[in-house]
Design a protein. Structure first.
Length: 261
């Protein structure tokens, strides 16, 4: 497991990557157009994704050059994504669509995977000035610019409606069906891995996700949520794990662990 000082070093790597992302973002606000290409699955990738990727890979190598870095933006690195062993799992810019839409809800995600479990994670939302980090045995933390505060999931009042958080971009029919079955609830929408972080800080109760996600999309925030006392379960009730045969996750429900899912 990571020590507190090691986790702080990983947070600094994510901050540095976030600065690079914001350099591109701010240039666009001054009229520049970001370089955008399309990957094999037709998802967009920008120069901000690649700048962040390079900074993260170099920063993590400086911390431990023996530990592999699996990044969304390096196909060759995906060979290290296995059920056994330890590796970093990185999404250099989660929410590229949010980045291009300029709503600020994009993040830099760095997770540490140990034998299929997300044991540590850092999520930085540079446009929003938000930082989240956490690890097994260390707890979870948030900094909004005024200093760190420890996170803990909320224990809802029995009289309260479940607070469901869902994607701005992926409120699909399966999610809508789930919400109908759930019954009365309040709904909050957010982008990227921030949905997990909202549960970790007690601002929401559960996040159902039935559409496709990749392992690097969720691992860092998953670790933070569990460090804050929450859970991420597949529909059969088993914990979500990493290093699967394919990079796609099954449907899952992230929650504070105190509501029926």
């Amino acid at each position: 497991m990571l020590s507190a000082s090691q986790l702080t070093s990983v947070l600094q790597v994510a901050r540095d990557a976030g600065h690079a992302v914001m350099a591109v973002y701010d240039a666009c606000s001054r009229g520049a157009s970001p370089e955008v290409s399309r990957k094999a699955d037709d998802s967009p990738v920008t120069e901000a994704d690649m700048d962040s990727h390079r900074i993260i890979v170099a920063g993590l190598a400086a911390l431990d050059e023996a530990l592999p870095v699996v990044s969304e933006e390096d196909t060759d690195s995906h060979a290290h994504r296995t059920r056994k062993g330890r590796y970093w799992l990185v999404d250099p810019l989660d929410g590229t669509k949010e980045f291009l839409d300029r709503n600020g809800e994009f993040t830099v995600n760095i997770a540490l995977i140990d034998n299929g479990t997300a044991v540590a994670g850092v999520v930085v939302a540079p446009a929003l000035g938000l930082e989240y980090w956490g690890a097994t045995g260390l707890g979870a933390w948030r900094d909004t610019g005024t200093g760190p505060s420890q996170l803990s999931v909320c224990t809802p009042c029995a009289a309260s409606l479940p607070r469901v958080i869902a994607s701005r971009s992926h409120l699909d029919s399966a999610t809508q069906d789930y919400l109908r079955r759930l019954g009365p609830h309040s709904l909050v929408q957010a982008g990227s891995s921030l949905k997990f972080c909202r549960i970790a800080e007690g601002a929401a109760d559960l996040y159902p996700r039935f559409g496709p996600t990749c392992e690097w999309d969720v691992a860092a925030a998953h670790a933070i949520l569990e460090a804050a006392g929450g859970q991420v379960l597949c529909l059969d009730g088993t914990p979500l794990r990493y290093g699967k045969a394919g990079v796609l996750n099954p449907p899952f429900i992230a929650s504070n662990g105190h509501v029926s899912v």
